[in-house]
Write a protein that binds this ligand. Structure first.
Ligand SMILES: [Zn+2]
Length: 389
């Protein structure tokens, strides 16, 4: 395996690894290429990648992806640990749009299917705890324009190429001691929203947003729990989602407070109370951008996020959303830039050694590398095959 890897990555450009060299922008028979909506079967031969104009777009699909972690949005100007002014959130979204980011689904990211136009960059939006500032309805049953859902729907209306993609890690009243989703005010002046919980959960899925597992009770002490209790927390989170969305395929998990259980296997799959769960990915809380999902450093069950923090009041604060977005602007070589095809990974010749060849192969992805204007389609090795001579 190691020998194979060295051969593949260190002998770049030498037969038999060089299948064909493509002149930039000139590829026969690719103009009818269509995106595959579903994940192709394992190692399925993918369609030829679409042409790429390297004078216009320099993809960097081994680069980093910011995953933003928001809690409550508020009307006030104060930034607290779990509160962020709605006006600042709106500003973040407009900044992202203007700087070439487009939201992608967390599940697609975890699968490595990043579907944004060539030259643009993915961003992932996440919201924890199902707080009312994320989704508030007016007395007339309309989405409030100042909650996260209202702001995202408005973004999409004004910028149709900004898709409705975000993941809501919800808490529910599966345990009746817990409040219903999107009813916790955190602001004394807000009226109760209890009557809208079902409507909101349905609305999110209809919009195309994703719902993720945030456990049953949001305990701080998950590290001290035995496996059975941990599985009860994860399965209970899924059961709570099914209370509102029967049969919904819950694919992702966010650990409350970023505290992980000791037994990492419980993150992947388990069962409790007759309900089994299977997560594709588990998210941490904080502190830096996430790697490319095909990077060797990508850990699907320990994906980092970044938080608003106090950048608002203390510009330059470390580990916050604005700090890291500014950092990626000044370090563009570290930022994920798409080639426009979710089934193909395109990186510079020198960045290829940072990609995980087993995941490339398992996902049926094509690989291309480039240097200057010279683009080369690479053979993705079967990780089980004998080393090449
Ligand atoms: Zn939480």
């Amino acid at each position: 395996m190691t020998a194979n890897k060295e051969k593949i990555w260190d002998n770049r450009g030498r037969a038999p690894f060089l299948l064909l060299a493509l002149a930039a922008g000139v590829t026969a028979g690719c103009h009818g290429h269509t995106r595959q909506a579903a994940t192709p079967p394992r190692a399925a031969p993918a369609a030829p990648a679409p042409p790429l104009d390297l004078t216009r777009v320099q993809p960097n699909e081994g680069g980093q992806v910011p995953i933003l972690e928001y809690h409550n949005l508020t009307a006030s100007g104060k930034v607290g640990g779990y509160e962020y002014p709605a006006a600042e959130f709106r500003r973040d979204m407009e900044w992202l749009y203007a700087h070439g980011y487009r939201p992608v689904s967390l599940a697609d990211y975890a699968k490595g299917r990043i579907d944004v136009p060539a030259g643009l960059s993915p961003v992932i939006l996440t919201f924890d705890d199902a707080l009312v500032g994320q989704f508030r309805e007016t007395a007339a049953g309309k989405v409030s324009p100042d909650c996260a859902v209202g702001i995202l729907e408005d973004m999409h209306a004004r910028h149709p190429d900004w898709p409705l993609r975000a993941t809501f890690f919800v808490l529910t009243d599966q345990d009746p001691k817990m409040p219903k989703p999107f009813t916790v005010p955190h602001e004394a002046a807000l009226p109760g929203q209890d009557g809208f919980a079902q409507e909101k959960m349905t609305h999110l899925v209809q919009d195309g947003f994703e719902i993720g597992d945030h456990t049953l009770h949001h305990h701080l002490g998950m590290r001290r729990m035995g496996d059975a209790q941990v599985e009860a927390e994860f399965a209970g989170g899924v059961a709570g989602i099914h209370r509102y969305l029967p049969g919904y395929d819950v694919q992702t998990l966010a650990l409350p407070y970023g505290v992980f259980p000791r037994n990492k296997k419980t993150l992947v799959a388990g069962q409790s109370g007759g309900l089994s769960y299977r997560h594709l990915a588990a998210l941490d809380a904080g502190w830096y951008p996430a790697p490319s999902p095909l990077s060797k450093t990508f850990k699907p069950y320990r994906i980092p996020r970044i938080i608003p923090g106090d950048e608002h009041t203390r510009p330059g604060s470390l580990n916050t959303i604005r700090y890291w977005l500014a950092y990626l602007e000044t370090h563009p070589a570290e930022k994920f830039v798409s080639d426009g095809d979710p089934n193909t990974y395109t990186v510079t010749d020198s960045a290829a050694s940072g990609l995980n060849e087993a995941r490339l192969h398992e996902g049926g992805f094509q690989l291309r590398t480039y240097s200057g204007a010279r683009l080369t389609a690479r053979r993705v090795p079967d990780s089980g095959e004998a080393p090449q001579r």
